[in-house]
Ligand binder design. Structure first.
Ligand SMILES: Cc1cc2nc3c(=O)[nH]c(=O)nc-3n(C[C@H](O)[C@H](O)[C@H](O)COP(=O)(O)OP(=O)(O)OC[C@H]3O[C@@H](n4cnc5c(N)ncnc54)[C@H](O)[C@@H]3O)c2cc1C
Length: 462
């Protein structure tokens, strides 16, 4: 069987690429060994957001009196919370099935392996191997939870993210190792549900890739919510021989033993690049990633790679954008290379974090002279009315040419606000233009306008 475009993996990289390829007139197929939608829809972005929504509703109920309301016998059903999340994931995966059918894309069930001569072998669940060929083969096999040698996952007491979103019972206590987006989202979810949570982070700040002001605010908010935080600390070993887990944690002050029901390892990802034929074809990899150029071509003509298997941020919207760019280039339609300096990153805990561009530290390191503005949600009418005054918007401009270098937000609903900064930066908008773009009142988005005003000493509500 011969295709124009054959994609291995149906995550937000693979399935979106397939739809765009089909729109461009290519005969397209997707090979998938598990569930359509990949990690994002089944075990990542979507089921975690369903869990976080349950946590948010529960948190609201616990504080209902602050809104002048009364509710009695507030309780939770952990099993039902997990069931809802799994149901949402299942529905999303079915949605991808519908989209594949609608766009006349063939779904090939099984494990795909590239071969020389632009061929792919697919091994079905019954072991039967079928050979396919395609003019363009796109590898989008994604990633899985990274296992550290001193933190081996047994799936029960030392777990990765898949188990963390499908536990049969709620643990009384949990150690979360790593405080990137995945770690803090689970830390917040379990803490809200009533689990005693401790975060252990190797670096000096939690959410370490964020602007330092954001990290500090997150730490304050998490501590206020009852989450224990150990920074500049690392889990050296775990002992699972007893009823729970004993973790030996190296801190600046010496070693400490922490005890918990469960340890969640959230220390990053490992790409799925083993046994997929890369060596046979001669595709070059480096430090666990498939190397590609601006158009996602590997070193072997006709073979491409996109999404988590390639260098760059491991995010769903990045995987999708890479796939679209890749097939548009194959089709020869006008496209442009992705600007990796303008990719938003979001964390959906409470408070939420959203950021794009350079942090203040990185902008200084790059030699810019800065104009920095900040507007706290405690001065926002909408945030006060909503009962969510924690957090701020921080903007960073180049003092010389007015370029919007970075935007960093922490607070309620900020993940839905960052696109303004992404678009503004894409259109090379200056601070003055943001100021003159009237923002609706009362909204959280006014904080962006006010932060920009603060950078130019024109802030009104401070
Ligand atoms: C807990 C968690 C939360 C996350 N939350 C967010 C978020 O809020 N926002 C965000 O942008 N990103 C989030 N991410 C990251 C996001 O899920 C990934 O960046 C994204 O899924 C990568 O897409 P992909 O298409 O490259 O790979 P994947 O989504 O990993 O899909 C790869 C697919 O390939 C299949 N596959 C692998 N090998 C083969 C093979 N040999 N043959 C056939 N099929 C194969 C797999 O079964 C899988 O379905 C989260 C990740 C996790 C783990």
């Amino acid at each position: 069987m011969k295709y124009d475009v054959l994609i291995i993996g149906s995550g937000p990289g693979g399935y979106v690429t397939a739809i765009r390829a089909s729109q461009l007139g290519f005969k397209t197929a997707v090979v998938e060994k598990e569930n359509l939608g990949g990690i994002c829809l089944n075990w990542g972005c979507i089921p975690t957001k369903a869990l976080l929504k349950s946590a948010q509703v529960y948190d609201y109920l616990k504080h209902v009196d602050e809104y002048g309301l009364k509710a009695e016998a507030i309780d939770k059903d952990f099993e039902a919370v997990i069931k809802r999340s799994r149901g949402v994931a299942e529905g999303m995966s079915k949605g991808v099935q519908f989209l594949m059918k609608k766009n006349k894309i063939d779904i090939i069930d099984g494990f795909g392996k590239v071969k020389p001569g632009k061929k792919v072998d697919v091994t079905a669940a019954d072991g039967k191997v079928t050979e396919y060929s395609a003019d363009n083969i796109i590898i989008a096999t994604g990633a899985r939870s990274r296992v550290l040698p001193n933190l081996p996952q047994d799936g029960k007491k030392v777990i990765g993210y898949r188990e963390a979103m499908s536990l049969p019972t709620q643990p009384k206590s949990m150690i979360v190792v790593g405080s990137g987006a995945i770690g803090v989202e689970f830390a917040h979810f379990y803490n809200s549900m009533g689990t005693d949570v401790t975060i252990v982070e190797y670096l000096p700040n939690i959410v370490p890739v964020e602007d330092k002001d954001v990290s500090k605010q997150m730490e304050r908010s998490f501590k206020k919510a009852g989450i224990k935080i150990m920074t500049s600390s690392s889990v050296e070993s775990v002992d699972t021989s007893g009823t729970g887990v004993k973790a030996t944690v190296k801190t600046k002050k010496g070693e400490e033993i922490l005890e918990a029901d469960i340890v969640l390892s959230a220390v990053g990802i490992k790409t799925n690049i083993e046994n997929i034929g890369l060596e046979e074809v001669g595709i070059v990899t480096d430090r666990d990633k498939i190397l590609v150029n601006d158009w996602y071509q590997t070193n072997i003509p006709g073979y491409y790679a996109i999404g988590d298997v390639t260098p760059g941020p491991a995010l769903a919207h990045v995987a999708s954008a890479e796939g679209i760019t890749c097939v548009e280039k194959i089709a020869g339609v006008h496209t442009e290379a992705i600007d990796y300096g303008n990719i938003p990153g979001c964390t959906y805990a409470t408070p939420e974090i959203a950021s794009v561009g350079l942090t203040e530290e990185k902008a200084k390191e790059a030699g810019y002279e800065l104009k920095v503005g900040k507007f706290p949600f405690s001065a926002s009418g909408k945030a006060k009315a909503a009962g969510t005054p924690d957090g701020f918007v921080k903007v960073i401009f180049d003092a010389k040419y007015g370029e919007w270098l970075g935007c960093h937000m922490i607070g309620a609903g900020v993940t839905d606000m960052i696109a303004e900064a992404v678009l503004g930066r894409k259109l090379e908008t200056t601070g003055h233009e943001v100021l003159k773009a009237i923002h609706p009142h009362p909204t959280m988005s006014e904080a962006v306008m006010e932060a920009v005003a603060d950078a130019y000493d024109e802030v009104i509500h401070l």
